[in-house]
Each structure stands twice: as structure tokens, then as C-alpha cells.
Design a protein around this ligand. Structure first.
Ligand code: ADP
Length: 617
């Protein structure tokens, strides 16, 4: 059905139809003129042919002048019989009185001598005029001609009678009809031939057009493989040539833009920033891997969606607002598994004409920056807080002293001692901060040497044994130190002073945070090319959530207790920096209420005995 409709709408069909109609009209007009002309000529010829010859008229005139009527009638009869005419044509001679004087029809001889009844003859006799008429009777057509026979004497304008001829026209019209039929038949053949010819011609024209249509369809579907065949150099061939050129150029520019797109894709995918771009209505059309990563979402779920919904900014802006005033906003994409803060920087995608095509958004991860900022703020607040407490306390003791306590021999030295302890604590803290700051800036010097850590560790612990056993009031005496040491000498490259400081700190903590005393177990062993030192106490322990934070600056599980013990919250932070600077690792395990274990691992390479001996020599 569709194909039929297509055919009737095609140029192919229209051309054939137009040509055929034009031909039909031409043939019709030519035919009509031709048949009309033929008819009038044939009739003319026929009329001429049925004309009574002048010499016959002369003979008849003579007989009409004859007084002897019977003789004249006989003569007229013989004259009419000799006229060379079709037997179907009726000829009568009527005299001026209206008497029929002769007829060429044998069956009408009885009319001779009778008055004519024919009104046309009477009319012609009266008017002395010739009379001509075409009549028809059923299928028969007749031509009637009545010619007066004038008196032969000069200037005598009277008639002697008339010659009446009635000729059958059927033969003339039969002729015309058969010619018309032949003409119609010939026209039909001509129309069929022309139809065929126009079909062939229009096929020849529409075939290349069809080929071009198919090729342009292929081009529009992105297939540039084929080409239109060219046979000559007419307008259609030139058009085909242009289409081939066009296809080639589109393919070239398609390839160029494709490779441009690939380049853009690879740039976008290798960027560390996320990029999202939209169309004019704010629907996402491009998004790179990093942006998908930030948003933790699949590409299929994003393309075609509103950028505000995708970025989770629908409550903060409308698309119109962003288009009018693109800005930079912070968005928090943190969840349980990760912390992520990004800046979303919006800008307009504009043509040179200023027409806005869409919006581009660059997402930049600023989590680390934000954390650094927060840490810095936290640090400043911690330092001020830590310094304010001892300063306030020193201030109040000095105030008390100046308010009179100075005079009290018991209170004065006590107050002065507290003030001294507090200033000592501040000095310690400031020293610790300075150490940390040097480590941060990389100016802290480490003087490393190969040390037998077995001996050094024992040496440090011996000192603690001494302190525990001494009479110093500060330390309760219900502690004991248990050593589980590898027997071998373990030579490790460390900075002895810094390392001692770390062990001191961990040991002091073990004592500090074990108010009920207990056994402090110290271990030393080698595991997978690493020397491991551990110190376990049976003290307060700490909650799981705190374990990862105790190495942070100023972090203390119980601030009041730590401060009461003279802690600053910087000891473990420094320990971590020192151990990491020695390429080691420090970590802790703890069960709240049962105790904690601190581990230090340091890189170690066992030294061959003889090699060492050789070195000593
Ligand atoms: P401080 O000067 O407060 O001791 P540290 O950096 O040495 O600072 O320790 C940080 C925090 O870790 C302490 O305040 C304490 O809460 C906790 N901590 C350290 N060692 C132990 C331990 N052996 N047992 C329980 N808690 C400890």
C-alpha cells in the first residue's frame, strides 16, 4: 500500500502522467480539427459531385420550352436516365407551374404530370432562388439541392422550373467515420508508445536521482562507504559528483571530530578533577570518570538527568540562578566509608555570538585541604588552651602570694613550687612543639648510628627499674618490669637519644596510665627482617575508637587525668614522627580496663659475624 502511494508520488509517475496527458490533449485537438476539416471537405466534394452539369441543364431548359409536353417529358426522362449519378440520388424536374416533369427513379414515374407537394420546391419556384438543405431521417442523412432553370432569353428573369436533387449522404459520413476510427486507433497506439517512451525517459532521469537519494540516506546514517555512479557530464552527473565529494568531506570532518572527541574523552578521563557538562536545559551530556567516582554513581544513571539533581544541589540553586550567576560552591559527599569535600566550579559554555550552550562544572577534591585547615585551626586552639591552663594557674598562685601568702612560711614555698612545676610543664610543651615543628619542616637532625638495640633497650629499662625501686614519692612501688628478649645482639641504625626519648615516653605512659601498678612486659624479637619492641601494661587501657587517634597531636583519652599527670598530649605524636623518620612503624593495641600494648618495628638486616669481626679489626 505504502509502496503504491510512493509510486504515485514519484517523479517517475508524474512525468509519465504529464507527458501522456499532454499528448492526449494534443491528439484530441488535432483530431477534432482534422475530422472537422475532413468532414467539410468531403461534403463539399460530394456536393460538387451531385451537381447537375450545365449542358444537362441546357438540355432540360430546352425541353421545358418545348410546347409539346409529352414529347418534352419523354426527352427529360431520357436526359435524367443518362445522368451519371448514384442510383440512390433522386433527381426531379419541376416546371414553373409546379408540375413534375420527370424523375430518374423508376418507382416514382407515376408522379410525372402531377403537381409537386414539396414545399421546398414551391418555395424555390416562388423566390426564383436556389435552395440547399441537409436533412436526416433516422440513421440516413440527405443533401437536398433545388436549382432554378432560368429562361434562356437574355434579361428575362423568369424561371422555367427547377431541378431537384436529393442525395444520400451516408457514404460520405461512413467515410468520415472510418477515417475517425483509424485516427483514434492510431492515436491510441501513439499514446501507448509515448507512455512507454516517457516511462523509459523518466526512468532514465529518476534512476540516478534515486541512486543519489539512497546515497544521501546512507550518509545521514553515518555510512560513507558507497558512491553514486557517474556515466556522463549532464546536470544530474554533476550533482552526483557533488554528492560524492560531499560524502568524502563529511567523512573527513566526521573522522576529525571523532578523533577530537576521543582526545577530549581521554583528557577528561585522565583528569584528577571531575568534569560535568550540560546542554541548554541543564541535562548532563558529558561526565568524566573522576566525577562519577566523586558522585559514586553509574554513568547510565546520570546522562540526561538534571545537573542539580546529579550534584545534589537542587535545594540550594535553580538552574536559572546558576546560568545567570555561575559560582563556586563547596559540596560534602562524605559517607560512612569516605570523607570527601569538593568544590564545584560552574562556568557557562558560550558560543562566540554569546549564545549560551550549556553549563560546565569542574569538581575539585579539597578534602585534604579542608582537613589541613581544620587541623590548623584545631592546633592553634589546642595550643592556646594548653598554655592558658598553666598560665592561669601560675597567675593565681602569684596573686595569692602577692596578696599575703608570701608572708606565710608554709604556703609560700608550696605555691612557688607549683608555679615552678607549671612553668616547667609549659617549657616541656613548648620544647615538644618546637621538636614537632622542626620535624615538620625537616630541620630536625637525626644522628643515626648502628646500635645494638638489645643492649640499649636493656639499658633504658634498667633506668626505669632504678626509678621504681628508688624512694621517689612520685612513683608507686607496686610495679615490676618483665623482659622477654631475644638473646642475640640486634644491630639497628637509630638515633640513640631520640629513640631513648620514645621508649621513655611509652614507659612513662605505661606507668602513668596504670594507677594500680602491675607488670609491664617488655619484649624484643625479630620478625621478617624487622626488629619488634613491645611494651604491655596492665593499666586503664583505652576505648577502640581512641587507639587510632592517640598518635595525633594533643589527643588525650582523658584530658583531666593526663594533665594531672603532667602530660601534654604530644608525647606519642613525637614518638610517631621519630620512629617514622627511622623508617619504622609504631602502633598500639588496647582493651579498656585491661591494659595496652605499644609496638615499634624497625628495619633490621642481620650482620654476618665474621663480617662484623672484620669491621672491628
Ligand atoms: P600524654 O602526655 O597525655 O601522655 P601522649 O601522647 O603520650 O600524651 O599520650 C596520648 C594519650 O594516649 C594519653 O593522654 C592517654 O590518654 C593515652 N595513652 C598513652 N599511653 C597509654 C597507656 N599505656 N594506657 C592507656 N592510655 C594511654
Amino acid at each position: 500500500m505504502r509502496n503504491n502511494r510512493k509510486f504515485f508520488h514519484s517523479i517517475y509517475f508524474k512525468m509519465a502522467l504529464v507527458f501522456s496527458l499532454m499528448m492526449l490533449i494534443t491528439l484530441e485537438v488535432v483530431g477534432a480539427v482534422f475530422v472537422k476539416q475532413l468532414e467539410s471537405q468531403n461534403l463539399e466534394t460530394f456536393k460538387n459531385s451531385v451537381q447537375v452539369k450545365p449542358y444537362v441543364v441546357t438540355s432540360i431548359r430546352k425541353q421545358l420550352e418545348n410546347k409539346n409536353q409529352d414529347e418534352a417529358n419523354r426527352q427529360i426522362k431520357s436526359i435524367l436516365e443518362n445522368i451519371d449519378t448514384d442510383s440512390s440520388n433522386e433527381i426531379q424536374v419541376v416546371d414553373a407551374k409546379g408540375n413534375i416533369r420527370g424523375t430518374n427513379q423508376n418507382s416514382y414515374q407515376y408522379l410525372v404530370g402531377q403537381k409537386t407537394q414539396n414545399t421546398n420546391i414551391k418555395y424555390a419556384l416562388n423566390r426564383l432562388e436556389a435552395f440547399e438543405q441537409n436533412t436526416s431521417n433516422g440513421d440516413n442523412r440527405y443533401y437536398t439541392k433545388i436549382s432554378p432553370i432560368y429562361n434562356s432569353r437574355k434579361n428575362n428573369n423568369t424561371s422555367l422550373g427547377v431541378v431537384y436533387i436529393k442525395a444520400n449522404l451516408n457514404s460520405v459520413y461512413q467515410n468520415i467515420n472510418s477515417v475517425t476510427v483509424i485516427y483514434l486507433f492510431a492515436s491510441l497506439i501513439a499514446i501507448l508508445a509515448i507512455l512507454l517512451l516517457t516511462l523509459l525517459i523518466s526512468r532514465a532521469i529518476t534512476k540516478p536521482i534515486d541512486a543519489m537519494r539512497r546515497q544521501t540516506l546512507k550518509i545521514s546514517q553515518g555510512d560513507y562507504s558507497g558512491h553514486v555512479d557517474i556515466y556522463g557530464n549532464d546536470e544530474l552527473d554533476q550533482l552526483a559528483n557533488e554528492i560524492n565529494n560531499l560524502s568524502f568531506r563529511i567523512e573527513e570532518s566526521q573522522e576529525a571530530s571523532e578523533s577530537e572527541r576521543r582526545r577530549l574523552d581521554s583528557v577528561l578521563d585522565n583528569m584528577t578533577d571531575g568534569v560535568v557538562s550540560t546542554d541548554r536545559r541543564g541535562k548532563v551530556i558529558i561526565i568524566n570518570d573522576e566525577a562519577l567516582n566523586f558522585l559514586d554513581i553509574d554513568k547510565d544513571k546520570v546522562i540526561g538527568q538534571s545537573i542539580l539533581d546529579v550534584l545534589g544541589l537542587e535545594d540550594r540553586f535553580t538552574f536559572k540562578e546558576l546560568m545567570e550567576k555561575p559560582e563556586r560552591v563547596f559540596v560534602d559527599y562524605s559517607n560512612e566509608e569516605r570523607k570527601l569535600i569538593v568544590t564545584a566550579h560552574f562556568s557557562l559554555i558560550q558560543r562566540e555570538s554569546g549564545f549560551v550552550n550549556g553549563l560546565a562544572c569542574v569538581l575539585h577534591d579539597v578534602t585534604a585541604q579542608q582537613k589541613l585547615d581544620e587541623d590548623r585551626k584545631q592546633f592553634v586552639s589546642n595550643v592556646s588552651h594548653e598554655l592558658r591552663t598553666p598560665l592561669t594557674s601560675v597567675h593565681s598562685y602569684i596573686e595569692a602570694l602577692s596578696d599575703g601568702a608570701m608572708e606565710d612560711p608554709e604556703l609560700a614555698p608550696k605555691f612557688l613550687n607549683v608555679a615552678k612545676d607549671e612553668t616547667d610543664r609549659m617549657t616541656r610543651m613548648i620544647n615538644d612543639l618546637l621538636t614537632l615543628s622542626r620535624m615538620d619542616s625537616g630541620t630536625q637532625k637525626f644522628e643515626t648510628e648502628l646500635v645494638n638495640i638489645n643492649r640499649l633497650y636493656n639499658y633504658i629499662l634498667d633506668r626505669f627499674d632504678m626509678i621504681i625501686q628508688s624512694d621517689d614519692d612520685k612513683v608507686e612501688k607496686n610495679y615490676s618490669i618483665k623482659r622477654i628478649f631475644s638473646k642475640e645482639d640486634l644491630w639497628v641504625e637509630i638515633d640513640t637519644d631520640r629513640f631513648t626519648q620514645v621508649i621513655d615516653n611509652i614507659m612513662n605512659n605505661a606507668i602513668k596510665y596504670s594507677p594500680d601498678g602491675g607488670v609491664i612486659t617488655c619484649r624484643l624479637y625479630v620478625n621478617h627482617n624487622r626488629v619488634i619492641l613491645s611494651i604491655s601494661d596492665q593499666g586503664l587501657g583505652m576505648p577502640k575508637s581512641a587507639i587510632n587517634q592517640i598518635f595525633n597531636r594533643f589527643y588525650r583519652v582523658d584530658k583531666a587525668r593526663s594533665r594531672a599527670q603532667g602530660g601534654s598530649g604530644l608525647g606519642l605524636a613525637i614518638s610517631k614522627e621519630v620512629i617514622e623518620a627511622l623508617n619504622g612503624r609504631i602502633w598500639a593495641n588496647s582493651v579498656e580496663g585491661q591494659g595496652s600494648t605499644f609496638y615499634i618495628s624497625l628495619p633490621y638486616e642481620s650482620v654476618e659475624e665474621d663480617l662484623w669481626d672484620a669491621k672491628e679489626d
